[in-house]
Design a protein around this ligand. Structure first.
Ligand code: PEP
Ligand code: MG
Length: 322
């Protein structure tokens, strides 16, 4: 099967009725780019930069970060590279940084919350990213955005560092996109407003499911509530996609759901523009996209949105694929 899929490496991710989407890869280190390209990835949809911090004994310097980001951007040529700013906290800790004691670390001091508090750490990363932007098509993405105020604060720091670097005479890219992860229900609900100010969205279903269901994604006991295909989640996803499209912006997905073969038909029908997944899933997803009709999937998505349970949705999709 693997060999048979190889013929799709340079093919487009296009449906039978001519609708094109982008299939991208998730990476954790610059080395992972190889796998994305070898599997025909059309971009990097999520570069989790926290590994740069976790695999180090100290906060990585601006230059160390710059080198890592530049390596990825250069390797991807002019393909889109979405780099997520530091998403630490929750279950991801650092040996050289003390986190506050909290009852619920997943609901606590993490990701953009930490970065907006420790702007010294955040500014270093932003400078490294902006410098790297000269070497490709960079999209900067902020994790765990809950409010517009947070997004504006993060964007303001980005703009300040961009101005600083320009003043210092540093060459920077001319088309940096700045967007957010939609992984907190509050952001999905206000997607139409976020879309006026953000250049793109990427839906993080791993956390969006956890926060929508109030079910810890690490807890075995409540894992039955991990339900990306629950109609309530599908409606949140629809809000994000519709919100983006209304303002002419693109909406991707970088949570596990994006690489799920049962979810893909529904996501296609909802109008998702970019699917970012582990490299090894890309070709199978391309094969599936190329076997579907967008118009049929729109009908399927409407039925899924009107369904009552996750089980109903799964049944619906399975029947439609027969
Ligand atoms: C997500 O929450 O869906 C996501 C992609 O980010 P992470 O899994 O790193 O939290
Ligand atoms: Mg997340």
């Amino acid at each position: 099967e693997k060999e048979a899929l190889k013929i799709l490496i340079s093919e487009k991710s296009v449906t039978l009725d001519g609708h094109e989407v982008e299939l991208a890869g998730n990476i954790g280190t610059p080395k992972d780019v190889e796998g994305v390209l070898a599997n025909g990835g059309e971009g990097v949809g999520l570069y989790r930069t926290e590994f740069l911090y976790m695999d180090s004994d100290n906060f990585p310097t601006e230059d160390e970060q710059f080198e890592a980001y530049k390596t990825v951007l250069e390797a991807m040529g002019n393909k889109k590279v979405v780099i997520r700013t530091l998403d630490i906290g929750g279950d991801k800790k650092l040996s050289y940084f003390t986190f506050p004691e909290e009852m619920n670390p997943f609901l606590g001091y993490r990701a953009i919350r930490l970065c907006l508090d420790r702007t010294d750490i955040f500014r270093t990363q932003l400078r490294a990213l902006i410098r790297a932007s000269a070497y490709g098509h960079l999209c900067i993405m902020f994790p765990m955005i809950a409010t517009l105020k947070e997004f504006r604060a993060a964007k303001a720091l980005f703009n300040e560092e961009k101005e600083n670097l320009i003043r210092e005479g540093v060459k920077i890219g001319d088309k940096i996109e700045v967007g957010i992860m939609v992984e907190i229900p509050a952001a999905a609900v206000l997607a139409d407003q976020f879309a006026k100010e953000a250049d793109f969205f990427s839906i993080g279903t791993n956390d969006l499911v956890q926060y929508s269901m109030a079910a810890d994604r690490m807890s075995e006991k409540v894992s039955y509530l991990y339900q990306p295909m629950n109609p309530s989640l599908l409606r949140l996803i629809k809000m994000a996609i519709d919100g983006a499209h209304k303002e002419g912006k693109w909406c991707g997905m970088c949570g596990e759901m994006a690489g799920d073969e049962l979810a893909a038909p529904v996501l296609l029908g909802l109008g998702l523009d970019e699917f970012s997944m582990s490299a090894s899933s890309i070709l199978r997803a391309r094969k599936m996209i190329r076997s579907l009709k967008k118009s049929d999937m729109e009908e399927l998505a409407n039925k899924a949105l009107a369904s009552e349970t996750m089980e109903d949705v799964i049944e619906l999709v399975k029947n439609s694929l027969k």
